[in-house]
Design a protein around this ligand. Structure first.
Ligand code: ZN
Length: 444
């Protein structure tokens, strides 16, 4: 018995499904109740699935090995991986749309299985990975290695595992005669501030029928994440005047100026902690400061002429990030820069915006969360403090939820892995999604 048949049979035995499906009705906009009989008839009519569960699971792992082998660290081009995916889909009769960055060396891929209509479900994953430099790996990070039911390699959890599971079900989705389209959205440059996916979303908004929901397959251990913090990051460069450290009155110390700005960031952080609403589901439950990189000076006895540091805030969904940014910029302009300028007009403080990722605002009643709750049988969701592409889709009017295989605790670390069990769970989810998307009575 194929997984599809087992799935259908299980549903036919379980009349609770009527209740679940009808609970979902309102989201899809159907006025007719769904019966188990309709669902079973639909399953019988589409029981021509050629691959069984085991082969689909193995295929997803084989595909993961292929995807891992492309070194798509964000500084590199991702085109070889994208072309591999495009060819894979082309061989199965699915065409792709690519949107490129300005250099032409990176691309997003969008593909649709099913009808050319609005209201589809997007399976979204980023193709880039974080660097392996300076990390102690037990094996080549770009060769998939299996040890004790774990698949090791850079990007296994974050997030080529999800991409592999989705891709592996291309034939399966096609065989289901989907009534609700399933889209693949594979992006570049997520790890450096969700920069790439904007071009893909714009292309969809401008040229294609709008999807209804997006599932962003970041590693959540197949639990539902309904909201994430936004984030805004900056690099500030302080330019002072150098000189001998015995004559500080003749120079403009860039490190001391930077220090005043950093103290201001700490003051703002303390105020935000005090003002944060407790028990909001986020950990930590406040808008938090990032200060991860600083570089300044050339020698201990030279007044430093340059200091630069990278900083930012990860904001609660309701946080006014413009207000925080403006407060810091105003402080620099009114409290720090005049002291440097009094020494020399050649001094400056320049703050560059590096990334601006909107939050995913929690909405338990959104089409995305209700769909994933229905398909996964989970009845709760939680929040995370890291940024994802889901907020960008939500901004574009496409409801989003984060739901994928693997554990975020393995992401970005040496010996990153995904368990084979998580890959199997994700494959089961893909099959359930396909079955649902083929059920005509749910979408008319
Ligand atoms: Zn990720």
């Amino acid at each position: 018995m194929s997984r599809f048949d087992r799935f259908a049979a299980k549903k036919c035995r379980n009349h609770v499904i009527e209740h679940v499906l009808n609970r979902f009705h309102g989201i899809i906009g159907n006025s007719q109740p769904i019966t188990v009989r309709e669902l079973c008839m639909s399953s019988e009519n589409t029981g021509s699935r050629s691959n069984d569960t085991d082969s689909l699971q193995q295929h997803s792992i084989d595909l993961l090995a292929e995807l891992i082998a492309f070194d798509t660290t964000s500084v590199n081009s991702n085109l070889q991986l994208i072309e591999f995916v495009r060819d894979y889909l082309q061989q199965r009769g699915v065409s792709s749309r690519l949107t490129y960055d300005e250099t032409g060396k990176k691309a997003n891929l969008w593909a649709t299985i099913g009808p050319d209509s609005a209201g589809g479900v997007v399976l979204s994953g980023h193709t880039d990975v974080v660097p392996v430099e300076g990390q102690a790996w037990s094996s080549d990070p770009f060769t998939l290695v299996t040890r004790e039911n774990k698949l090791y390699g850079r990007g296994t959890a974050d997030m080529k595992g999800f991409v592999a599971c989705a891709l592996a079900h291309t034939d399966y989705f096609r065989e289901q005669s989907l009534q609700v389209p399933v889209h693949f959205a594979f992006s570049y440059d997520e790890e450096v501030g969700c920069i790439g996916v904007g071009g893909l979303i714009k292309d969809v908004m401008d040229n294609l029928p709008l999807p209804r929901a997006v599932i962003v397959g970041e590693p959540t251990s197949m639990k539902i994440i309904g909201g994430n913090k936004g984030g805004r990051s900056f690099k500030t460069v302080v330019t002072g005047i150098d000189g001998h450290s015995s004559l500080p009155q003749l120079g403009a110390n860039a490190i001391l100026a930077a220090n005043r700005i950093i103290n201001k960031l700490v003051d703002v952080q303390e105020r935000l902690i005090a003002a944060a609403p407790p028990d909001n589901g986020f950990s930590p439950p406040y808008t938090s400061l990032d200060l991860g990189l600083i570089n300044g000076g050339t020698a201990s006895n030279i007044i430093p002429a340059r200091c630069e540091f990278s900083w930012g805030f990860r904001g609660l969904p309701d946080e006014d990030m413009d207000a925080i940014e403006n407060e810091i910029r105003d402080f620099i302009d009114s409290e720090v820069l005049p002291g440097l300028q009094a020494i020399s007009t050649a001094t400056s403080i320049v703050t560059h915006l590096r990334s601006d990722v909107p939050p995913l605002k929690p909405d338990e009643h959104s089409a995305a969360e209700q769909l994933v709750r229905h398909l996964s049988r989970l009845n709760s969701s939680s929040r995370v403090s890291y940024g994802t592409e889901a907020g960008l889709f939500q901004q574009a009017g496409i409801a989003g939820v984060i739901f994928g295989p693997g554990d975020i605790e393995q992401a970005h670390l040496p010996d990153e892995f995904i368990s084979i069990g998580q890959m199997h769970e994700c494959c089961d989810f893909m099959a359930t999604l396909g079955t649902w998307a083929a059920e005509p009575s749910v979408v008319t």
